[in-house]
Ligand binder design. Structure first.
Ligand SMILES: *Cc1c(COP(=O)(O)O)cnc(C)c1O
Length: 430
């Protein structure tokens, strides 16, 4: 197709695995050549050809205010003029930590890191230290970053590429990871019945976003809370994606369940690399230097990154209507797509929560990994490419949630639905 993208991909592939620095960017499951992007503004990406694409990747959930929000860009520029990294404490870190503690219901004390992966790995180390147990339970198809212990039946790029369990993860590590089915409390309870005294924690995305978007069924998160309490295990919500996206206080606020530990990332960096883990004070005080659980980072709490994060969270906090607007955008998209599906005889089910969601090409409800994996991948891939031809960039996998932002206008949503109508009218099985 567009030769400049092919050229850049060939050049990148010569020096980087797949030509990318994160697998799902490579279009492996949808086929074709990824677009190389040179700029992003509001709800759009601009590729190296100068084409402007309506963006539903949102940097994988980061861009809740759209791209290049003027206040965020200004905060980063101002911070840069004062120096880019000090390796000493700063006031900005305290401010960002105070905001997180104020806004996320269960977080009393927090540690900033550089990515979601770092946050989840560190939270598990803490959970193991606090309980003196090694086992963890994760859900089939859920993604918690690329830490060894999580690459067992993982979602996101791992699912997209069909690498359910990665080579290089020692058997001894994988053996401590027990896998259950999302929305299925019995599958969790049976692990606890068999070896409850060896399980340190249950980690879950409270709304799954890495096997498509799958909200928790009523009672599921509450049930996890009860089981963990019964067995003295910790409940860890991986809110790297849902934090500051499904509600101001994250999924724990929206669904009113209090985890012991929470991991954050994506939105809290405002487009720069920030992750965080936090929770009950008695647990968090076990982290060095207050306690013995070691975890550190040269660039953690980087002044540019916390400036972007503070500004982003500040805008969200002072505009409480943002989340109902994001919810409304999702509803319009969902009702529109499902209606088009009925009109053209294509089974489409929309599932969303706040500012994340996606359609499944499926006759039946999608509640877990198995039902997500059973959806129509051909239909998704044709739909994806049809949209891209119409300058709308969806995430290049049926296992990824779509992300929209405050910059997505009603005109953008109308255009999305008009394009979808065009594609569905032409048929997806040609
Ligand atoms: C993106 C994501 C991660 C990993 O975060 P990175 O910053 O990519 O390391 C972990 N958990 C969830 C739920 C995510 O969506």
């Amino acid at each position: 197709m567009s030769s400049i993208h092919d050229e850049l991909l060939a050049r990148s592939m010569a020096v980087m695995p797949g030509g990318v620095n994160s697998p799902v960017r490579a279009f492996k499951s949808v086929g074709g050549t990824p677009r190389f992007i040179r700029a992003a503004r509001g709800a759009t990406l601009e590729d190296v050809d100068g084409r402007v694409l309506l963006d539903y990747i949102g940097s994988w959930g980061v861009a809740i205010l759209g791209h290049s929000h003027p206040s965020v860009t200004k905060a980063i520029s101002e911070a840069a003029l004062l120096g880019t990294s000090f390796g000493t404490p700063t006031e900005g870190e305290a401010e960002l930590a105070e905001m997180i503690v104020r806004l996320v219901p269960s977080i009393e004390v927090v540690r900033l890191v550089n990515s979601g992966t770092e946050a989840t790995m560190s939270a598990m180390r803490l959970a193991r230290a606090a309980t003196g147990r090694a086992g963890i339970i994760k859900f089939r198809g859920a993604y918690h970053g690329h830490g060894d212990m999580f690459l067992v039946e993982a979602g996101s790029g791992a699912a997209t590429l069909g690498v359910p369990s990665s080579p290089g993860v020692p058997e001894s590590t994988a053996s401590h990871t027990l896998v259950a089915n999302f929305n299925d409390l019995d599958s969790v309870a049976s692990h606890f019945e068999a070896q409850g005294d060896q399980i340190a924690a249950v980690i879950t995305e409270p709304v799954c976003g890495n096997m498509g978007c799958i909200p928790p069924e009523p009672g599921f998160l509450e049930g996890l809370r009860t089981i963990c309490d019964d067995y003295g295990a910790l409940l860890v919500f991986d809110e790297v994606m849902t934090g500051f996206r499904v509600a101001l206080g994250g999924a724990q606020e929206r669904y009113n369940v209090r985890p012991d530990l929470t991991t954050l990332g994506k939105v809290i960096g405002g487009g720069l690399p920030v992750g965080a883990y936090g929770g009950r004070e008695d647990l968090m005080r076990m982290i060095a230097p207050d306690g013995q659980v070691y975890q550190a980072g040269t660039l953690s709490g980087n002044p540019l990154a916390v400036a972007a994060g503070r500004t982003t969270l500040g805008i969200l906090e002072s505009n409480p209507d943002i989340f109902s607007e994001l919810e409304g955008t999702g509803r319009t998209l969902g009702l529109g797509l499902e209606a088009l599906g009925r009109e053209y005889g294509v089974p489409i089910r929309w599932q969303s929560s706040g500012g994340m969601g996606c359609p499944f090409f499926s006759e039946t409800p999608v509640t877990d990994w198995q039902s997500s994996a059973a959806t129509d991948s051909q239909a998704f891939n044709r739909f994806f490419h049809g949209m891209l031809q119409r300058d709308i960039h969806l995430p290049p996998s049926r296992f990824e949630a779509w992300f929209w932002s405050t910059a997505h206008s009603t005109t953008d949503i109308d255009r999305t639905l008009t394009s979808a109508k065009d594609i569905l009218a032409g048929g997806l099985d040609a």
